[in-house]
Design a protein around this ligand. Structure first.
Ligand code: NDP
Length: 432
């Protein structure tokens, strides 16, 4: 607590896991004696570095780069890289901590890590982005590798940025290895990686509905975000017969009461890819209403899927969801609900699924990319999509087994306890 006193998001994530596992720890002498939970609250290693780069006008900029290697007990550190002005140690420590548990849930041998920089890519030219990525890798390369730490993308780090970083890594090390995931298909990337988080979220949601004797078709869904996770979740939900009525971005919420079609979603994908511009433009071309500065959470629906960013649902938003009788909330983003929002939701009848279970599809597919790289092989989309479906089903089974409370499933408890059981077993096996 004292060591991380000003790191609110990190403490929020730790408190949530602690609440789920404290009785397990209290009744197990070995866990207590080896102080396994406390050890898991301190990252194995944090690397902080200077990233100096030059803009198109010749001005020099200095950003801060980070890599938090949280826990490598069950495999190489694994987790994304985020470029955003809000990136700081608290955010990255919380993400790396969560990642450790999420990765354990996939059943694949991956430890937890996260990294990034306070660099703001908005308004930067292609060449500036490239120079920044190269400068970032000039330090990071010595800390990563296929058996050490395997970074991937996250907010503002997509295929383009991974390309620049991996290209620099390869040049510096003279090795073509699976040291990063989310790579382009022409240089060791995996089919289905781009779709995996959003699709995985919907596969998981389908199991949640099935466990509650319900089905996804004809359900009305509100989604936030219009990035990788949101758009692929929307695409799969619509393909399975659901009605997705919102998407959102930093400017506001796009509402289409009769539901987005697959063509609408493709239009948004193209529009975002071309210009990265606001969703507002959709209404001129394809109808709907744009609610400037508004979030989607006060709109009536059966299911809510927050897929934008952390803490995007506050207590009032949570209250609006409860008042509107939203039945299910599954997180696509990492920790999109504030602690107070989570409390409000968990005290209601809503079924709540934490991101570490429902958005684990992305990192699961990254794990499959690592296997393909290690074997010098390339998988097929359909095979990998089937593997993704089995992994999401397995995570749901773990949540069910570890999260049973009376006749209901507590997904938070289930996910935390299942993941903790796996990681703690490895730590105990290694001794002190
Ligand atoms: P993207 O950068 O592709 O998209 C993020 C979307 O969220 C954009 O539409 C962005 O709008 C919107 N957004 C960001 N901040 C805000 C805000 N403060 N208010 C409203 N909208 C906002 O990111 P991803 O889709 O990859 O990631 C989204 C979330 O999912 C993150 O929490 C990430 O950590 C998590 N995640 C991602 C995985 C992946 O495989 N990509 C895996 C697991 C989790 P705008 O375009 O205006 O900036």
């Amino acid at each position: 607590e004292t060591r991380s006193a000003d790191q609110d998001e990190f403490l929020q994530a730790v408190h949530e896991v602690a609440a789920s596992v404290k009785d397990v720890v209290k009744t197990d002498d070995a866990l207590q004696k080896s102080r396994i939970f406390e050890r898991l609250t301190e990252p194995d290693r944090i690397i902080i570095f200077n990233v100096t780069w030059e803009d198109d006008g010749g001005d020099v900029h200095i950003n801060r780069g980070y890599r938090v290697q949280h826990c490598g007990a069950i495999g190489p550190y694994k987790g994304g890289i985020r470029f955003h002005p809000t990136v700081d140690l608290s955010t990255l420590k919380f993400l790396a901590f969560e990642q450790t548990f999420k990765n354990a849930l996939t059943g694949l041998p991956m430890g937890g890590g996260k990294g990034g920089s306070d660099f703001d890519p908005e308004g930067r030219s292609e060449r500036e982005i490239m120079r920044f990525c190269q400068a970032f890798m000039d330090e990071l390369f010595r800390h990563i590798g296929p058996y050490t730490d395997v970074p991937a993308g996250d907010i503002n780090v997509g295929g383009r940025e991974i390309g620049y970083m991996y290209g620099r890594y390869r040049r510096l090390t003279n090795r073509f290895t699976g040291a990063m995931t989310g790579k382009g298909l022409s240089y060791g990337g995996s089919p289905a990686r781009v779709e995996a988080t959003g699709y995985g979220l919907i596969y998981f949601l389908s199991h949640v509905l099935e466990a509650h004797l319900d089905k996804i078709d004809d359900k009305t869904i509100i989604i936030s975000g219009a990035g990788n996770v949101a758009l692929h979740a929307a695409e799969k939900a619509v393909a399975l017969g659901a009605k997705v009525i919102t998407l959102s971005d930093s400017d506001g919420t796009l509402l289409k009461e009769d539901g987005f079609s697959s063509d609408d979603i493709n239009w948004i994908k193209d529009h975002k890819a071309k210009s990265g511009a606001s969703l507002k433009a959709f209404t001129d071309d394809r109808g709907g209403t744009f609610k400037s500065g508004k979030k989607p959470w006060s709109i009536k629906a059966d299911i809510a899927l927050p897929c934008a960013t952390q803490n995007e649902i506050d207590k009032d938003d949570a209250k609006a969801l409860v008042d509107n009788d939203v039945k299910f909330l599954a997180e696509g983003a990492n920790m999109p609900c504030t602690a107070k929002a989570t409390k409000t939701i968990r005290e209601s009848d809503m079924v709540y699924v934490p991101g570490k279970a429902s958005n684990a599809g992305g990192v699961a597919l990254s794990g499959l990319e690592m296997s393909q790289n290690a074997d010098f092989e390339r998988g097929e989309f359909d095979t990998l999509d089937t593997q993704l479906q089995s992994i999401m089903a397995r995570i749901h089974d773990s949540c069910k087994d570890f999260g049973k409370v009376d006749d209901r499933i507590d997904y938070v408890r289930g996910a935390n306890r299942a993941a903790f059981a796996k990681v703690s077993k490895a730590l105990l096996a290694f001794g002190i």
